[in-house]
Design a binder for this molecule. Structure first.
Ligand code: PHE
Length: 452
């Protein structure tokens, strides 16, 4: 593949993988999922999913991708020495298209909030802020246009091959996002009655754990780690032979968790303080944050103003590094399989995702139209990907790597041909991938459907 190297500098590829993981999944989805599922107990289950299923799952995708060095579908087919497994890659590509479709809607909301805060439109009490979001998000035109604009921005970055620049920028911007989150955590915790929010996040109440919570935590873990879309597989196809797979997966997973936890600590103290319901759903961060920027910085409103702009800008950037990864999976596939230029391949993805974005956006805030199985189209796309398609992708990958692939190849990839990682780690990994991951995911599926 002559222009495979175009994707980015080989050095920055692990960073790009981290950029794919950290995004709206951490800052937007994690708080609202936690809020809907009772707080601390959800977080504990979520962490268990990351450690027991997420990290081994990531390593497995890395192994398939790095060994095969090609697009997701071909990687799975060649790794298993049989075409049949290639469908895992296809499933991953399909999943990432649907995710990009609804993700872009939320990314568009962030873009809008960046402009709205810059123009000082988000000033008012909690009721005003809530009303503002409802009015904007249910508008038939603006959010849909912004969602499509977001996909187009992603498109041009991919086609121009400027991911290198994005990677370089993320080396600087990601730490800034981290520091800003820290500032906002402190600001949020300083609001009156914030302690109730902290308690909600850190003091588990297991009586609130319904069967559903396990699948939601699993879905959230996979969504946040970009696991099960073959995205990690595609990125790993650009890894070097020296990249330590277990080390990289663990590092990315822990950073990802930390950012999610900090987002929770930024949202809930403020939500409890201003009276926003923790189970408000996808609107949660949008109806909470403007209150933090105003109230916690009332001693110096200009500072609050500047921080709000910086925060939304960084959120847009974090979302962009994730949308690039989702777009890249399908683009690499169409380019290499259909033998068309990268630009044409990228257009196919852009058009397909934009259609989903437009319909998802139209379905927000209109309970009676564009519904599927009792959910808005947006909610349905979120559910079917995070809670069905991602776990299925990860389940099949672990069965392939654990049971059907050549153990020698898996070992070679895991240990970088015997140069890193002890035998103990390899055996532990193999045990997880053969037993813990498939059984864990299956049990959670069965539990959800109340079979057990
Ligand atoms: N992990 C990304 C986030 O947290 C979302 C994502 C999911 C990206 C699947 C790629 C593939 O925002």
């Amino acid at each position: 593949m002559s222009d495979r190297g175009n994707f980015g500098s080989r050095l920055g590829i692990v960073l790009a993988t981290a950029g794919s993981a950290v995004g709206l999944g951490n800052v937007w989805r994690f708080p609202y999922m936690t809020g809907q599922n009772g707080g601390a107990a959800f977080i504990i289950i979520y962490l268990a999913c990351i450690l027991l299923l997420g990290i081994p799952g990531m390593v497995s995708e890395f192994i398939v991708g790095r060994h095969s060095q090609t697009n997701a579908a071909r990687a799975y087919a060649s790794f298993s020495r049989g075409k049949a497994w290639g469908f895992i890659g296809i499933l991953g590509i399909l999943t990432s298209i649907i995710i990009l479709g609804f993700y872009a809607v939320v990314a568009g909301w962030c873009l809008y909030y960046l402009g709205a805060s810059a123009f000082g439109q988000l000033k008012g009490d909690a009721t005003f802020v809530q009303h503002y979001f409802q009015t904007f998000s249910s508008d038939p035109v603006k959010p849909a246009v912004l969602g499509v604009v977001f996909i187009l921005i992603t498109h041009f970055i991919i086609v121009r091959g400027v991911q290198n620049g994005i990677e370089r920028a993320s080396k600087l911007l990601m730490p800034i996002l981290f520091v800003l989150l820290l500032v906002l955590v402190i600001a949020s915790c300083s609001l009156p009655s914030a302690s109730r929010g902290i308690e909600f996040l850190l003091k588990p109440d297991f009586t609130k754990v319904s069967p559903n919570v396990f699948l939601e935590a699993l879905g959230q873990a996979f969504f946040s780690l970009s696991l099960g879309t073959a995205c990690l597989c595609t990125y790993a196809s650009y890894f070097t032979k020296q990249t330590k797979l277990l080390y990289s997966a663990t590092q990315i997973a822990l950073i990802d968790f930390l950012i999610a936890l900090m987002s929770g600590l930024m949202i809930f103290p403020a939500a409890f303080s201003v009276g926003v319901q923790p189970d408000s759903g996808p609107s949660l961060i949008f109806i909470t944050l403007p209150n933090v920027f105003q109230q916690a910085f009332s001693f110096m409103p200009t500072l609050g103003y500047l921080i709000s702009i910086m925060f939304y800008a960084l959120l847009v950037f974090a979302a962009l590094t994730s949308t690039i990864s989702m777009h890249e999976i399908g683009t690499a596939f169409c380019h290499e399989e259909l033998h068309i230029t990268r630009s044409k391949a990228a257009w196919i993805l852009t058009v397909a995702c934009s259609v989903i974005t437009i319909f998802c956006s139209l379905s927000v805030g209109k309970p009676d139209i564009l519904q599927l199985w009792g959910k808005s189209l947006m909610g349905f796309c979120d559910f079917i990907t995070a809670q069905v398609m991602l776990p299925t992708g990860a389940l099949l990958t672990s069965i392939l790597v654990g049971w059907f692939a050549s153990k020698a190849i898996v070992r070679d990839e895991f240990t970088n041909r015997g140069t890193s990682n002890s035998k103990l780690f390899f055996n532990l990994y193999l045990f997880c991938v053969r037993f813990i991951v498939p059984v864990g995911i299956l049990l959670i599926f069965l539990h959800e459907f109340e079979v057990i």
